[in-house]
Design a protein around this ligand. Structure first.
Ligand code: GRF
Length: 207
């Protein structure tokens, strides 16, 4: 049983997809809490509606990044979890934080990394003129969207796509891929050696 803490800053559609997969019995796990750096983030209400503890740690209320990180770390450790799942969490995770946390952190990014890291990956893809994009689930290290890749899904990019239309197409894959990866982790089928991640058994898409 994989115990997770979800960190999210926004609407929380990936959180919902993960929680639905757990409720359906597809992922042997439990979301022990959702924590957001933004008190007004819709994801907090969505979590409360589902009876999942939801906590805001307002990044703006802290004097500096180290103080915020310390509060976040304390909250995660108090809740307790095997893994931290980033789902639209808009802050960079630092090396000290990762070291102190001392458990895996995973993230989903709406591009085929290492293409288009950072903000507005879908807009970057449309502006660049690529013909395919997609999403990536990866382990988090201290780099920006640069940790070892666990799995990717590919979607086409059409000539008349906007950032919004591409985002919607990618999101469908995100909602399928993230639970599939968490299921594989929960079933102890994921190994990471350096940058090389291997996943036993097919989970759809490209691993
Ligand atoms: C997703 O596109 C995800 O890939 C990115 O942020 C967005 C979060 O969406 N990291 P949601 O809050 O899960 O709906």
């Amino acid at each position: 049983m994989l115990e997770m803490v979800v960190l999210a800053s926004g609407r929380g559609s990936n959180f919902i997809a993960i929680q639905e997969a757990i409720a359906a019995g597809d992922v042997p796990g439990e979301i022990r809490a959702v924590i957001s750096d933004k008190p007004a983030a819709p994801v907090l209400d969505r979590a409360r509606d589902l009876g999942i503890p939801a906590l805001a740690i307002d990044a703006k209320a802290y004097d500096n990044r180290a103080a915020y990180d310390a509060a976040l770390l304390e909250a995660i450790l108090e809740v307790g979890c095997d893994i931290v799942v980033l789902a639209g969490y808009m802050k960079i995770i630092g090396r000290d934080f990762l070291q102190a946390l001392d458990r895996p952190v995973v993230n989903i990014h709406p591009s085929l990394l290492p293409a288009f890291p950072g903000l507005d990956a879908q807009g970057q893809a449309v502006a660049y003129g690529v013909r395919v994009s997609g999403c990536t689930v990866h382990f988090v290290d201290e780099s920006l969207d640069g940790g070892p890749i666990i799995a990717q899904r590919v979607v086409p990019v059409y000539a008349d796509d906007t950032a919004d239309s591409l985002s919607a197409r990618i999101l469908v894959q995100e909602h399928d891929l993230y639970p599939a990866v968490l299921k594989a982790i929960a079933e102890d089928r994921v190994r990471c050696e350096g940058r090389k991640v291997t996943v036993e058994e097919e989970m759809g898409g490209i691993q």
